[in-house]
Design a protein around this ligand. Structure first.
Ligand code: SF4
Length: 508
């Protein structure tokens, strides 16, 4: 049976206006969440994931990032608390990406939210799920509306039958990108695991502890990259440790136990805070290309207390291999590049060293100290780097530089193709390749050169579709439709007026 609630609940006003969520009512939701006791969490997010120069990059629902991290972990159950439409979209996307795992959902309506029953329902669901034979951890995520309403996941039991309960708020109005939402969950798990490790003995990694000190790798890197990084570390007397976000709870302890932490993807601010609290040195950038590999080996070696001559020997062993691989697979052409994975600057470095004329790099992620070496390196070579890049900035760069290839997100690729510019999806085609060390050098050239070589096909396609119109007139018509921008404006005014009227009747 449920115990009575120990605290005054939520802010039910947060759900009164229509259509609140990622497309409207953001300020109202933010204010509601703060009024409902979520100020501390939201202030921390604002500090960890700074916005600007504009409000927020155009990106998918941020909660997808943390959802995916949880779904990839062994023996971890995932429960969402949010509007049904959000949960539908998130589960659809997670299964589209091959989750093959159940996503739990605790539905709500105005009444269960108003009375606090939603929190009790979540607590009951967590109790029913907490089977230690099946799970190490249960992750419960508040989406926008429950966060704005103040559903107090922090009041869930810390553990039930030995199963850890992790409650996180991942609202679209507080976490700017799905990339940073991965950090929200990874950071929460590391914090929990750090507390366990400080309290007493914890589980060893599945394969047992190795002899050598390890380097923890932060960021969802291509699966072959940790192997390549392990080879680079071997002459330093080090080994590649777990990758964070981890695939298993016990790996969190091994991650915290690393001699050095490599912030390969630079936006894991909350996770880095946990590593720093555990006393681990952090090294930014990554072993990409010749210069990146040289600098990274030196920085890692120094952080781990490796002798200078040993570091020199490792550099002498690998750098000629990297140089040769880059020379074997040159890239020729002007490129603009943008994405939301966090590895955009690393990819740009590799392309520049491969011979490409890279003019612009846009990343949805914020500027942090861990990408500072990459920023300096790229800027020294005349590349414009845009943190928190908007779609408009990515498109403007493409229009200005008229590249031979645009690497970017879906809308950038669409816009490029409409302009007869060959384009590649960053997420599917670029970040799904090894980038590190000798194996990474040259790995992009095949796909990039093939795409650049496709330019004549775009011209042929345009000729083929000549006369089918575009925009409002796209299609084959007997009478081409007339554009009516004034109708759109009139409709927009009507919607704004209705929204205003709703807010006046039901203030938030
Ligand atoms: S949870 Fe995601 S989809 Fe739902 S309103 Fe928030 S940002 Fe939008």
């Amino acid at each position: 049976m449920s115990e009575p609630l120990a605290t005054a609940l939520p802010n039910p006003e947060a759900v009164k206006a229509d259509g609140l969520g990622c497309h409207s009512g953001k300020d109202a939701l933010l204010a509601a969440a703060k009024a409902a006791g979520k100020s501390e969490t939201l202030d921390r997010y604002a500090k960890d994931y700074p916005k600007g120069p504009h409000d927020q990059p155009q990106s998918m629902c941020p909660a997808f990032g943390s959802l995916r991290v949880g779904l990839r972990m062994r023996r971890t159950a995932t429960v969402l608390s949010g509007s049904a439409c959000c949960v539908y979209g998130l589960t659809f996307t997670s299964h589209f990406y091959g989750a093959r795992r159940t996503v739990g959902y605790v539905p709500f309506n105005s009444e269960t939210l108003v009375t606090g029953k939603l929190f009790e329902d979540i607590r009951d669901a967590v109790h029913a799920l907490a089977d230690p034979a099946q799970y190490d951890a249960i992750v419960v995520t508040n989406l926008c509306v429950p966060t704005a309403s103040g559903v107090p996941l922090q009041l869930l039991p810390r553990e039930i039958n030995g199963v850890r309960i992790i409650g996180i708020d991942v609202p679209g109005f507080g976490v700017p990108t799905h990339a940073e939402a991965k950090d929200v969950l990874a950071g929460a798990m590391l914090r929990y695991a750090r507390g366990e490790a400080e309290a007493g003995p914890v589980q060893a990694p599945r394969g047992g502890r190795g002899e050598k000190p390890t380097v923890t790798l932060v960021g969802e890197v291509f699966p072959a990259d940790p192997v390549g990084i392990g080879m680079l570390l071997e002459p330093l007397g080090l080994a590649a440790g777990p990758v964070v976000p981890t695939r298993e709870w016990r790996d969190l302890y091994a991650a915290l136990d690393g001699a050095v932490v490599a912030a390969i993807h630079p936006f894991y601010t909350a996770s880095i805070r946990e590593f720093e609290a555990a006393g681990r040195p952090i090294v930014g950038s990554a072993p990409v290309g010749h210069d990146g590999t040289a600098d990274w080996l030196r920085a890692i070696g120094r952080a781990a207390g490796v002798a200078a001559e040993t570091i020199d020997a490792a550099q002498n062993r690998f750098l000629p291999m990297v140089r040769a691989a880059l020379a074997r697979m040159p890239v020729q052409g002007r490129i603009t590049l943008s994405g939301y994975e966090g590895s955009e600057l690393l990819v740009a470095r590799l392309l520049v060293e491969s011979g490409a004329d890279v003019r612009y790099v846009g990343t949805a992620c914020p500027k942090t100290p861990w990408s500072a070496p990459d920023l300096a390196w790229l800027e020294a070579r005349g590349v414009h780097v845009q943190y928190r890049a908007s779609l408009e900035q990515d498109l403007a760069a493409m229009a200005e530089f008229e590249p031979d290839l645009a690497i970017g997100t879906t809308p950038v690729v669409q816009a490029a193709k409409a302009r007869k510019i060959p384009a590649l999806y960053f997420t599917n085609l670029i970040s799904a390749r090894p980038l590190m060390g000798p194996a990474g050098a040259g790995s992009l050239a095949t796909v990039v050169n093939a795409a650049i070589g496709n330019k004549p096909r775009f011209a042929a396609m345009e000729a083929f579709f000549e006369g089918v119109g575009s925009g409002h007139a796209a299609g084959v018509w007997e009478t081409v439709p007339k554009d009516r921008p004034e109708f759109r404006e009139q409709y927009a005014r009507k919607v704004a007026k209705a929204a205003k009227a709703a807010n006046v009747e039901e203030p938030i």
